[in-house]
Design a protein around this ligand. Structure first.
Ligand SMILES: [Zn+2]
Length: 464
């Protein structure tokens, strides 16, 4: 890890004149820092990722590049010069920002990613737990994921704690509450990641059609341009930017009377043994029943108040409205689909990705997967349309796009892309062909001219 004091010192020393020089000088500084580090630590891929992200931020700061995505709303969208062959993998896992990027990756693939994020007008983004890991919230399925901490013989992989059937078993309810408590506390203290902010930025620039999030941590909906509505209503003129596909860990609700209340720390503190404050009789139903009792009406069953998250094997309380919103979005000609931080294990989300990818593809848009791992072959076969598969930490994407915009985009526009190279070749060939034709016709003309005088001489010779 870099010493922060040293970074500041280095930062002041670097002349901010030429970006290429800066990249080189940054390279040296970081390498020097590395000498002081424990080499074993550098082997660790997570530390490498963090180091790389730091190095990227360092470069961006020195180049005085703003935190916002490049905003090209005011210029005419240029022609896309290069589209990678279907399912092209852009592997960023071993990328070192202190070295020239075009030596390490196919820069045309990065051009495509930059183009998609810079010029899309109606992006649909579908996210999963992977985008919140940087904020300190563990994902569910990875080796360090949330499910691992709760796995046991009775819970299996820990996934069963998110199954609707957990309510049948008091032991499972206790563990479920602990899991919710952990997630709730983390969501209270965590801050949005650079990737969350990039989505918010896209929305602020008016280029986000919708964010469909599987995350219940609320790091997205707490941002100013990614607000949602709970419960959802369907008003086609004002659909919220974010749709929470799996609910929200900060709320409790009753499925019977739809009463919604905010979860707070009191629900977890001073809890008596065996008591559940999180899953209990709905106070609103109870109140209604007491009113009915006074009025002499028949008492009804009370509903259950519980976290407003969607478990396996149950329906989403806003499911129908989400269906109407996706239908409308599919008809709205989205031009970019980004799938990030998810392995698409949930069938409904997988289906949504497939339908959206098909529409985006038919609109000649951009379908991009961004995740720490490649999609499984099943997902590739099922979804059918991936233009680009970006493998690596999604948190480096916003910075990488900005760096490309600043350092490489001009370079690339003067340098031919492969597609352009082919076009150039074709142009050259047609020019050569044309010139051959011209030469041919000139020769013909010359020949005719040469013939004509002879004829004219003959003609003139007759009278003589
Ligand atoms: Zn109720």
């Amino acid at each position: 890890m870099n010493n922060p004091d040293k970074i500041i010192k280095v930062k002041l020393e670097i002349p901010i004149e030429n970006s290429n020089n800066l990249l080189k000088s940054n390279n040296n500084n970081i390498d020097n820092n590395d000498d002081n580090n424990d080499n074993n630590l550098i082997q660790d891929s997570n530390i490498n990722q963090m180091k790389n992200l730091k190095s990227l931020n360092f470069i961006l700061q020195n180049l005085k590049i703003s935190n916002e995505l490049p905003n090209k709303n005011f210029i005419r969208k240029p022609k896309l010069l290069f589209r990678p062959p279907s399912c092209t993998v852009l592997n960023l896992k071993n990328l070192k920002f202190n070295l020239p990027l075009d030596d390490q990756i196919e820069i045309e693939d990065l051009y495509f990613l930059h183009f998609a994020l810079t010029y899309c007008k109606k992006a649909v983004i579908i996210t999963g737990a992977g985008i919140s890991v940087n904020s300190g919230i563990p994902d569910f399925r990875s080796s360090n994921g949330l499910f691992q901490g709760f796995s046991s013989k009775s819970n299996g992989s820990g996934k069963n704690l998110f199954d609707y059937n957990l309510f049948r078993n008091p032991d499972s309810i206790g563990k479920f509450e602990k899991m919710i408590e952990k997630l709730f506390k983390l969501s209270q203290i965590s801050k949005p990641s650079p990737f969350h902010k990039m989505i918010d930025n896209l929305s602020n620039q008016g280029r986000l059609l919708r964010l469909y999030t599987q995350n219940i941590d609320c790091l997205d909906i707490d941002l100013p341009n990614l607000k949602t509505e709970i419960p959802l209503t369907f008003n086609k003129n004002s659909i919220p930017k974010t749709i929470q596909l799996h609910g929200n860990v900060k709320l409790l609700n009753c499925s019977k009377c739809n009463y919604i209340t905010e979860l707070n720390q009191n629900y977890f503190d001073n809890r008596k043994f065996g008591e559940s404050r999180l899953i209990r009789t709905c106070p609103s139903c109870e109140e209604m029943n007491s009113v009915r009792q006074i009025a002499g009406k028949r008492i009804q069953n009370n509903g259950i108040l519980r976290p407003r998250i969607v478990l396996y094997n149950e329906f989403h309380p806003d499911g129908e409205i989400i269906g109407s919103i996706t239908e409308k979005d599919l008809k709205s000609k989205p031009d970019c689909l980004i799938i990030s931080g998810t392995t698409l294990k949930i069938p409904g989300v997988k289906r949504l990705v497939k339908e959206m990818a098909k529409v985006v593809h038919s609109n000649k848009g951009y379908v991009i997967w961004i995740n720490i791992d490649e999609p499984s072959q099943n997902i590739i076969d099922y979804v059918d349309y991936f233009d680009l598969i970006v493998v690596g930490d999604c948190q480096m994407i916003p910075g990488l796009v900005k760096l490309f915009d600043h350092v490489y985009s001009e370079k690339l526009s003067t340098k031919s892309t492969p597609k352009q190279k082919t076009q150039d070749k074709k142009l050259k060939i047609s020019k050569i062909k044309n010139s051959i034709v011209n030469i041919d016709s000139k020769i013909q003309k010359v020949k005719k001219k040469q013939v004509k005088p002879k004829i004219s001489i003959k003609k003139e010779s007759i009278p003589i």
